[in-house]
Design a protein around this ligand. Structure first.
Ligand code: AMP
Length: 225
């Protein structure tokens, strides 16, 4: 029987974690799980966790660890028979330790993207504040300029996506992520990729995964492109 495969993608805001995770999921037939998506679902459904999380997300803050672990770990518990790639979790050491005690990871990919590239990408990022839906005016624009596809409400640019705020935000990401990266390095499962373009990084990630896990069991719920 082929082995299940579990990977985590880490990276600062604007690093392309979502895009890389989606490519991995599509190419290898894994399920793409995203903590940001779990949060947005909860915000849309007005759950207790969603209402609480929204107050943090709107301020550009991380949602507290106990909310995140209670949200994400049960979802992973439903995936015991499937291979997955997890994007956006863990972001802190507490989350990483909670994840380690609930499952075995095969690989962690850390995206180490130059600051100038992140600045450029985030300057194109607009969000719909009520749902947390994110648009990129170059790669993933809304159907009507400046307006959310689902509700028709106006999109805004978050203050912390502005170039001035990014340096502080990136420093914060590095401080919080460092112990997580050190932990995964010590476990021997960390792979770091640095480049400005997702398309340049992708072939390396793709061949790394193909070499490591030649026979990942496809997730029957995933459709191939
Ligand atoms: P993302 O879609 O991954 O950029 O997440 C959107 C927002 O949700 C982040 O800016 C955080 O405020 C929050 N968030 C997502 N994942 C986590 C996490 N693992 N820990 C804390 N906050 C998170």
């Amino acid at each position: 029987m082929s082995k299940l495969f579990r990977a985590v993608i880490m990276g600062p805001p604007g690093s392309g974690k979502g895009t890389i995770s989606e490519r991995i999921a599509q190419s290898f037939g894994l399920t793409h799980l995203s903590s940001g998506d779990f949060l947005r679902e909860n915000i849309a459904a007005n759950t207790e966790a969603g209402v609480l999380a929204k107050t943090y997300i709107e301020k550009g803050l991380l949602v507290p660890d106990h909310v995140m672990t209670r949200l994400v770990l049960p979802r992973l518990g439903e995936m015991t028979r499937y291979s997955w790639v997890l994007d956006g979790f863990p972001r802190t050491l507490i989350q990483a330790k909670a994840l380690n005690s609930s499952c075995d990871l095969d690989m962690v990919i850390s995206l180490n993207i130059p600051l100038e590239t992140l600045k450029e990408r985030l300057s194109h990022r607009w969000i719909h504040p009520a749902s947390g839906r994110v648009y990129n005016m170059v790669f993933n624009p809304p159907r009507i300029q400046g307006v959310d596809d689902v509700t028709g409400e106006p999109l805004v640019q978050q203050d912390d996506d502005r170039p001035e705020a990014l340096v502080t935000r990136l420093r914060h990401y590095k401080d919080v992520a460092k112990p997580v990266i050190d932990l995964y390095k010590s476990m021997g499962i960390l792979h770091t990729f640095s480049d400005t373009e997702t398309d340049q990084i992708w072939p390396y990630i793709s061949s790394l995964i193909s070499n490591k896990i030649p026979t990942v069991r496809p997730d029957p719920r995933c459709t191939s492109p």
